[in-house]
Design a protein around this ligand. Structure first.
Ligand code: ADP
Length: 381
């Protein structure tokens, strides 16, 4: 083989391996999320029903908690693989850090069940608008705050932020067990867990900090550790910050106060998994919306040619000649005014991009709660 041919052969091989890796990630995500969506969705419905006996209520809660733990774990494995494969794409937007902290403060007030630990999300009076990936920043803070809760038996956890020379510094400071000096670099490496205490076992995979480091780097910043001089740990991240006070265009994430009345609205659901159709129908029952569902693209397109609907919920991976992206394009050609929301069990970032390019107005990934589904639809209906 000539040198040129060898190089071409190696290049093709590398590209093929890259394609295989993406396909594997996408498939794994889909395969795991689809059943999980049914488990967590139906468990949620069971919990909403009138309580029967206390034991079955506790069983239902276990199903919900375990599926949420499982989902968390899968998301970690996927994020880790995506970072390693260089396939994690950021979604940048402008958002208020103050609002994010207020939201997290409330979540952790409920989440912290240890009365010996006080967790505080410090707020500054100055409004800070960041242009970055909000979900990924939230993921880093949640990861660090969850670790702080896990490794602190009593004392305080402080989560704060400040701006400094073109950067925004966020920190999570705890008064927990701390980290021995010789392990402080190791903890950012994959699968590393440094707890040497044989009397206490901490759950975890050793992926959390590796993911935080990968995300911080992708966001253009860094993460580091310092010991807390009161005992315990301080984890900090810095990300680029450009001062702006314009927050009038920020999307408001308001809680759903009332169930909407959609009695006179109609939604078309394109979905080939019967359990998912059943779940969507159940989730939306209380809104009174009329639902028409099809498991294949051609029937859905045929229906749209003859009928009008207020919104389409499109599964991206429907079986048949046309996938959800192609079907969306066709629907938008026929009735451009109908908003299409993509829903998928693929949690891959390029799906979001592809959905938008095909004409979808929004995107939800399975598993989702009834609240997320209703809130997302409410934005467009
Ligand atoms: P996991 O928590 O799933 O084991 P992480 O990557 O989040 O994985 O953390 C790696 C290790 O770093 C933990 O197992 C623990 O030994 C140590 N660690 C992380 N955060 C803290 C903390 N706040 N206090 C003490 N040790 C910590």
């Amino acid at each position: 083989m000539t040198k040129k041919k060898t190089l071409e052969f190696l290049k093709n091989k590398a590209e093929e391996s890259d394609r295989l890796k993406s396909a594997f990630l996408a498939n794994m995500s889909h395969e795991i999320r689809t059943p999980l969506n049914a488990i967590s969705g139906f468990a949620e419905l069971l919990c909403q029903k009138a309580p029967d006996d206390s034991e079955s209520i506790s069983f239902k809660k276990i199903i919900m908690n375990s599926s949420s733990d499982l989902l968390h774990l899968i998301n970690d494995i996927l994020d880790y693989s995506k970072i390693e494969a260089g396939q994690l794409i950021l979604n940048k937007e402008s958002f208020s850090l103050n609002e994010l902290f207020a939201e997290l403060n409330l979540t952790y007030f409920k989440k912290n069940t240890n009365s010996l630990v006080k967790i505080d999300f410090l707020q500054t009076a100055e409004p800070i608008i960041l242009t970055s990936d909000k979900q990924r920043i939230k993921q880093i803070i949640v990861n660090l705050a969850d670790n702080a809760l896990k490794f602190t038996e009593q004392g305080t956890i402080e989560v704060g932020y400040k701006t400094e020379k073109g950067n925004c510094i966020l920190w999570v400071k705890d008064t927990g067990i701390g980290i021995p000096e010789d392990s402080r670099e190791l903890i950012f490496e994959r699968f590393q867990q440094v707890n040497k205490n044989p009397t206490r076992l901490y759950s975890g995979t050793g992926l959390g900090l590796t993911i935080c480091k990968g995300l911080a780097t992708l966001l253009g910043g860094k993460i580091w550790y310092e010991p807390n001089n009161m005992g315990g740990s301080i984890f900090s991240i810095s990300i680029p910050y450009f001062s702006t006070t314009k927050n009038e265009h920020l999307p408001k994430n308001e809680p759903l106060v009332q169930t909407p009345d959609w009695k006179f609205k109609k939604i078309l659901v394109v979905e080939d998994d019967p359990l998912s159709v059943k779940l969507i129908t159940k989730f939306l029952t209380k809104t009174g919306v009329q639902i028409e569902s099809f498991s294949d693209a051609l029937s859905a397109i045929h229906f749209i040619q003859k009928n009008d609907v207020n919104l389409v919920l499109m599964d991206i991976r429907i079986l048949g000649e046309m996938d959800g992206f192609e079907t969306t394009k066709r629907i938008k050609q026929i009735k451009p005014h109908i908003p299409v929301i993509a829903q998928t069990a693929f949690a891959m970032d390029f799906d979001r991009e592809k959905s938008v390019n095909s004409g979808c107005v929004d995107y939800i990934s399975k598993p989702y709660s009834s609240e997320i589904l209703i809130k997302t639809i409410a934005r467009y209906i």
